[in-house]
Structures are given as structure tokens and as C-alpha cells.
Design a protein. Structure first.
Length: 316
């Protein structure tokens, strides 16, 4: 049996899973399929690792992650940008599957990212539907943009494609509604989230699928996770502007649109925004602060299992 202090890094590709174990520096390649996942889990489990780390790769990692979680292994999915920055800081510029697996293992050993609850199968299905909805909306927008400059003999085909895509979008909307209504836990969460003015079905579904940590973290951690926390840019006597970066961009873009609506319809957010503008804050800074306030309030609402209470939220 291996040491209890081992760390595993897994580089995920379409066909293979390259695994590196530290401090043993042992590597092994497995097929990216159910048989490969089983063999990989057995091999990693024989070393009793403290942490197993993979990068988020647009869904390619899901099967391996699920297999590791079922075995009770301590698995964490991290942002690829974090690992790449770590590699650059170590002077590792080359990229191959083996090198990447080794870097991820080093990242696991040095950084030791926090283990968070993984999505269950229902949450993964919801996540897939929300992602597909976003993809279809992008395709509809692209086709509508083409329609303006398309020659006459292709416009009919583009219009037919737009009509078909909009029908698919309608079906996905119904599937999302059905999934949420069929889940008692999600139904309660949706009722709590939707009780706040400015939170519509799109933001609600996005938070349920892409931010399972909502209601479990404190206000600072949830803001950093989404990428709406102002980060310092100071050096010596220099004091740079605080700015946001990183986090979950998909959530942030939906939250932005919801916040713009809330500034008009939600009295608490509107007053907060007016106060920032009067204080001379730049428009984007004011909206970002409102995004952070909305997220903080929603986090507290889910944590306390209480619906929107305007008076209680003024000082949130």
C-alpha cells in the first residue's frame, strides 16, 4: 500500500486519462471509457491518495470524476487557468499529456484545493440542459446576425433554421421547468430565490446548476467563487484599482443581466445603486457592487432558508 500523503493529478483528453502520482512520480495512461475509469480508480485507490485533482474540460471529465467519487476518493475539479498559471510560475512551458498530469499532481500537492460537494446525477442533468439552452440562444443570435447580410436566396433557409432552434429552445425550457418542479429540494430553493425581485427563471436555473455552493459558503468565499469580489492590485507604495477577475463567467454574465433588471425593479438594489452613483462610483463599478450585493443576499437566503425580506436585506 502507498503512503497516505500521496497526490494524484489527472490530465483528461477525449480518448485518454493520463495519471501522475506524487511523491512516487509514477504515471499510467487509461482509456477514457467505463472500463478505463474502473482500472484507473483501482490503481489510484491502491496508493490511498490524500487528494485527486482534475481540470474542468468542458464535460469530458465528468465520467472519471463520477467514478472516483463513487469509490469515495477525495476528488477535486479545478479551473484550468489556475493550473496553467501554476505551471508558468514553475517555469514549465511545454505541454504534453504526461507533463500536464505531472503539473496537476504538483498543483495538488502544493496548493491542496478545498474539496467541495460534487453534483449529483440530477444536478448534472440540469447543468447539461442549462448549457444546451445557452448554446441554442447563441446559435439563434448568430443566425439572426447572418440574416441581415444574407443574400435573398439563403434567407428562407436561415429563417427556417431560426424557427427550428426556437422550437428546441421552447422544449428545453419545458424540460427545465419539469426537472425543477419534480425535485422537492430544487422546488424549495427556486421558491426562495424567485422571491427576490430581479431573480428570474434563467438566473435561478443557472444558480441551481452551476453554483451548488450557494448557501453553504460565507459572503467573501461565494463572491470570489463567482468572480465579483474586488481584488487588490498593490505593490510597495503603489495602490492600484481594485478589480474583479476569474470565477465562473457563465454565472457572472447571467447575474449581470439580472442585476440590471433588479436596479429598476428591486427597491433595495435600486437604493444601493443610487447611493454608489451619488458617491461618484463609475457605472461598471456600481453595477458590479450591486451584483455582489445580490449574490450575498441570495446566499444568505438559501443558508437561512428564508424568502426575500426587504427590510432585513437592506444592510446585507
Amino acid at each position: 500500500m502507498g503512503t497516505q500523503d500521496g497526490f494524484a493529478g489527472i490530465d483528461v483528453s477525449k480518448d485518454n486519462l493520463e495519471v501522475c502520482l506524487r511523491p512516487q512520480e509514477e504515471t499510467m495512461c487509461f482509456a477514457q471509457n467505463e472500463d478505463g475509469w474502473i482500472l484507473m480508480c483501482e490503481w489510484i485507490q491502491s496508493f490511498s491518495p490524500r487528494l485527486v485533482v482534475l481540470e474542468a474540460t468542458g464535460g469530458l471529465e465528468r465520467g472519471a470524476v463520477a467514478a472516483l467519487a463513487v469509490r469515495g476518493l477525495p476528488v477535486v475539479v479545478v479551473n484550468p487557468r489556475q493550473v496553467r498559471h501554476f505551471a508558468i510560475s514553475k517555469g514549465i512551458l511545454a505541454k504534453t499529456d504526461k507533463i500536464d498530469a505531472r503539473v496537476i499532481a504538483q498543483f495538488a500537492e502544493s496548493i491542496r484545493p478545498e474539496i467541495r460537494p460534487l453534483k449529483d446525477l440530477e444536478a448534472q442533468e440540469l447543468d447539461s440542459l442549462v448549457t444546451r439552452r445557452h448554446q441554442i440562444i447563441q446559435m439563434v443570435a448568430a443566425e439572426k446576425n447572418r440574416l441581415h447580410s444574407a443574400p435573398a436566396w439563403t434567407r428562407k433557409d436561415i429563417r427556417m433554421h431560426i424557427e427550428w432552434l426556437e422550437k428546441r429552445l421552447g422544449k428545453i425550457e419545458k424540460d427545465l421547468d419539469r426537472m425543477i418542479q419534480n425535485s422537492p429540494v430544487w422546488r424549495v430553493k427556486e421558491e426562495i430565490l424567485r422571491s427576490m425581485k430581479g431573480v428570474g427563471p434563467v438566473l435561478c436555473r443557472t444558480l441551481l446548476s452551476d453554483l451548488p455552493e450557494l448557501g453553504t459558503l460565507n459572503r467573501q468565499k461565494i463572491a470570489v467563487l463567482v468572480g465579483v469580489a474586488p481584488l487588490n492590485r498593490d505593490s510597495g507604495r503603489f495602490r492600484g484599482r481594485r478589480s474583479i477577475w476569474g470565477g465562473r463567467a457563465e454565472i457572472r454574465s447571467v447575474l449581470y443581466m439580472a442585476t440590471v433588471a433588479a436596479i429598476r425593479s428591486n427597491p433595495v438594489i435600486r437604493v444601493f445603486h443610487e447611493r454608489l452613483v451619488k458617491a461618484g462610483k463609475a457605472p461598471k463599478v456600481a453595477i458590479t457592487a450591486c451584483m455582489r450585493k445580490m449574490l450575498t443576499i441570495l446566499n444568505a437566503m438559501l443558508k437561512n432558508q428564508t424568502p426575500w425580506q426587504p427590510e432585513a436585506q437592506k444592510n446585507a
